[in-house]
Design a protein around this ligand. Structure first.
Ligand SMILES: [Zn+2]
Length: 193
């Protein structure tokens, strides 16, 4: 069953050289050079002692390359919060690419937004911050643009959730830009002392 995930955008792409989705997919490939997959013990936040984390590790046991398919990206729907920062950095470009796949599952875009909005427990919020901290300004910008595209193309998403996610990421991007402007290494926010 093939779903027209990008709505009218798909029709536009037959007339334009490059659709917004295609140029964004290219920008994602440039902003996210593939990184090595973390070992199983470092893929998730809690490791194999946790029921949920060990289930995710098991699903990704055969995915050892720099990228994985949109089919595998579906295993992460609603589970992005189980990824460690290095697991998140490894998985994110493949996940974002899956949002644009021809038969994209709309849940991929929706749950990307849900990951960056809502009230979290303090420990969950800290884990999410740690995930965002491994990203560069350009990578966060890709995330924001993907969410804008999700917002404009996938009508089933609650706009307020996507807007909250975009606001959250814009703030992190601004913080990174300010740090870079102050000449501090943007990837080491704690290295003050
Ligand atoms: Zn866990």
């Amino acid at each position: 069953m093939r779903r027209d995930a990008l709505g009218s955008g798909c029709h536009a792409s037959t007339f334009c050289m490059k659709s917004p989705a295609q140029s964004l997919a290219m920008q994602i490939r440039e902003a996210f050079p593939p990184v090595s997959r973390p070992p199983d013990a470092e893929l998730t936040v809690h490791g194999s002692d946790c029921f949920h984390c060990s289930a995710l590790i098991d699903e990704f046991k055969d995915e050892r390359g720099g990228t994985f398919s949109p089919e595998c990206a579906r295993w992460l729907i609603g589970e992005l919060s189980l990824l460690s920062p290095s697991g998140f950095r490894w998985a994110l470009p493949s996940y974002l690419a899956a949002v644009f796949a021809d038969d994209a599952d709309q849940d991929l875009g929706e749950f990307l937004a849900y990951h960056f909005c809502g009230d979290l427990r303090a420990d969950e919020a800290a884990e999410r911050e740690a995930r965002v901290r491994v990203l560069s300004e350009g990578q966060i910008d890709c995330l924001i643009q993907v969410l804008h595209l999700v917002r404009s193309n996938l009508g089933s998403v609650y706009f307020s959730d996507v807007d909250e996610a975009i606001t959250y990421l814009n703030l992190r991007k601004t913080m990174l830009a300010e740090k870079a402007g102050a000449g501090q290494p943007a990837t080491l926010p704690e290295a003050k002392s």
